[in-house]
Design a protein. Structure first.
Length: 244
C-alpha cells in the first residue's frame, strides 16, 4: 500500500474520542483476567498500549505494566488518566522499540499486529517481543481472522455505530495481493463529519504461527476469545499464546 503509515491512526485525531467510539466493543474485563493469569505475578509489556484500556486495570491489580505505542496522541490520553503517569511508555515502532528486558508476558491486543505495514515488520515484531521476554516467557496476540469473502470487488461498507445523535460508518478497500486493507471510519454527529483512516496488513493464524517460529517461539494455546472458547473454522477472531 503506497502510503502505509503505521502512525496514521493516532495522528488522525481519533485519540480524542477513541475511548468513546469503542466503549463496550472489546471484552476488556475477561482480557484483563486472562492477562493477569498469564503474567502470574511477573511484569507485563503491552505493545500498542494506546489509552490504557488494558494497562490501567492491570496496574490497579498491582501488576507492573510497561508499554510501547506508535502514537504520541494516544499515549497523552493515557497520561491524563488516573495512574497513567505511573506506566513507563516508549513512543515508537513496536517492531523495534526497546522497553527493557525480563518481562513475563508481552501482550499485543485488538489486531494491533496488523498495524505494521508488511510481513517483514510483523516478523520483526515477533522477534522484538521475544527479546523482551524472560526465559519461558509468553507472547499473547489477539487478532481477527481474515474474511476476504465479506468484500465485493475488494470493497465493503459497514455501519459501526447507529445512535440518535451519532452515526459511524466504516469503508474498507482490500488488496489481496499484498494482504493489506485501507479503512476509513466516518463519524457523523452534531453537524460535523470526522474521518479516521487506518491501514492494516492482515495475516492468517497459520502465518502468525510461522512468524513465531522464526522468532524462536512456539504456540502454546489458541482460543477464539479471552474466555478460552475453542478456536474453530467458524471463529472470527483468535487469542494465541506463544512461549519461548
Amino acid at each position: 500500500m503506497a502510503d502505509f503509515d503505521p502512525t496514521a491512526y493516532g495522528a488522525s485525531g481519533i485519540a480524542d474520542e477513541y475511548d468513546d467510539l469503542y466503549a463496550g466493543h472489546w471484552e476488556t474485563d475477561t482480557a484483563v483476567d486472562r492477562i493477569a493469569e498469564l503474567a502470574d505475578g511477573g511484569k507485563v509489556l503491552e505493545l500498542g498500549i494506546g489509552t490504557g484500556r488494558l494497562a490501567l486495570p492491570l496496574l490497579a491489580r498491582g501488576i507492573e505494566v510497561h508499554g510501547v505505542d506508535g502514537s504520541a496522541e494516544m499515549v497523552e490520553k493515557l497520561r491524563q488518566k488516573p495512574g497513567g503517569d505511573r506506566i513507563p511508555v516508549v513512543v515508537g515502532d513496536f517492531a523495534h522499540a526497546d522497553a527493557g528486558r525480563g518481562f513475563t508476558l508481552v501482550v499485543l491486543a485488538v489486531n494491533t499486529i496488523f498495524a505494521l505495514p508488511d510481513q517483514e515488520a510483523q516478523v520483526e515484531c515477533f522477534r522484538n517481543a521475544a527479546r523482551h521476554l524472560a526465559p519461558a516467557g509468553r507472547f499473547v496476540i489477539e487478532a481477527w481472522v481474515p474474511d476476504v469473502g465479506a468484500f465485493r470487488h475488494n470493497r465493503v461498507v459497514r455501519p459501526r455505530i447507529v445512535q440518535s445523535d451519532r452515526i459511524s460508518i466504516e469503508t474498507a478497500e482490500l488488496d489481496p495481493v499484498t494482504q493489506t486493507m485501507r479503512t476509513t471510519q466516518a463519524v457523523f454527529s452534531e453537524g460535523s463529519v470526522r474521518l479516521y483512516p487506518a491501514n492494516h496488513r492482515y495475516a492468517w493464524p497459520a502465518e502468525l504461527d510461522l512468524m513465531a517460529q522464526l522468532a524462536g517461539l512456539h504456540r502454546e494455546e489458541r482460543w477464539a476469545n479471552w474466555t478460552r472458547s475453542p478456536f474453530t473454522a467458524d471463529s472470527q477472531a483468535h487469542v494465541t499464546v506463544y512461549r519461548l
